[in-house]
Design a protein around this ligand. Structure first.
Ligand code: GUN
Length: 293
């Protein structure tokens, strides 16, 4: 069993983006610039956004963090996005999800200029992804593809089971794995909370991507010997032994599943780290796109 080490792969991705950014800065006087919008004080969102901003610094990108109160008016948020859309200084825009209930996620995502949509959530980005056209790929599935590529995991003709159909992970993941690319060329089954016979379906999988957000959901009896298991779960679970008061748990019962796997991602230290690397690649691509145009 081989552990897919997000730390190593993400460090290599970041190094490569840093070098490319240095070239862009030197030759085109263009520093990639990510604008992140954070609403409210959700602890997990705060941590994710702080890590995104910190990574920008580490690799020589500019970043702007715009914070809004939980009760911010939807219109103010949309107007802010519109300003960032036309700000020549800004290459990538992301609005951290989830949003407070009174704000329409659909309106927010649709307002982001697709040429700055580094999260890849705009319908235009998803539409291009489905058609196999160049576009921004949502960071978590993109990070997983980079990881599969780094470890040269053979995916051709394999049965991949994706558990979870969110627009952020499951659905784009299923599209990427089915594409005629490397990695890719899988036969993909997408499962969700209404799927019947989930255990039997998972038992047939060569590759499982668990992205449902239920800690420890995927058990050893649900996988076949030699499966590749990718754990996207990052749930905070109360843990009195930790200074923070919580620990991060994945969707996979790692201890019992790992011995049966050929490859498995740990939590923490797996997919989560890749997500930021992938976001940086998208932000770099956005900056490069601007120069080309
Ligand atoms: N919330 C959870 N994952 C993501 C992500 O990839 N992007 C944004 N903007 N919000 C998220």
């Amino acid at each position: 069993m081989i552990i897919l080490d997000g730390k190593i792969v993400a460090a290599s991705v970041k190094e490569s983006v840093k070098a490319k950014a240095a070239l862009l800065i030197r030759e085109h006087k263009k520093t990639p610039h990510l604008a992140a919008i954070l609403i409210g004080t959700n602890g997990a969102s705060e941590t994710y956004v702080a890590n995104k901003v910190k990574t920008c610094e580490e690799i020589g990108f500019k970043s702007t963090l715009l914070r809004f109160d939980e009760n911010v008016k939807e219109q103010l948020l949309l107007d802010t996005i519109k300003k960032l859309n036309v700000d020549d200084e800004v290459d990538g825009i992301l609005v951290q999800l989830p949003l407070p209930k009174h704000i329409s996620e659909e309106k927010v995502i649709n307002t982001i200029n697709p040429s700055k949509d580094v999260d890849g959530f705009h319908p235009s980005s998803i539409g291009k992804l489905v058609q196999g056209l160049p576009t921004f790929i949502p960071a978590t599935p993109y990070g997983i593809m980079l990881m599969l590529k780094h470890y040269k995991i053979d995916t051709v003709g394999k049965h991949a089971v994706v558990i979870g159909r969110s627009n952020i992970v499951g659905r784009p993941m299923s599209i990427l794995l089915s594409q005629n690319t490397n990695p890719g060329n899988c036969t993909v089954t997408i499962c969700h909370s209404r799927s019947k016979n989930l255990t039997e379906i998972c038992q047939q999988a060569d590759i499982i991507v668990a992205a449902l957000g239920i800690p420890g959901f995927l058990k050893a009896n649900m996988i076949k010997e030699g499966a590749v298991v990718i754990d996207v779960g990052i749930t905070r679970v109360a843990d009195a032994t930790k200074k923070s008061g919580f620990s991060i748990k994945g969707d996979v019962d790692f201890e019992n599943v790992a011995p049966k796997c050929s490859y498995i991602t740990p939590v923490p230290g797996g997919v989560g780290l890749m997500t930021i690397g992938a976001l940086m690649m998208n932000t770099f691509a956005a900056a490069q796109l601007k120069i080309k145009n």
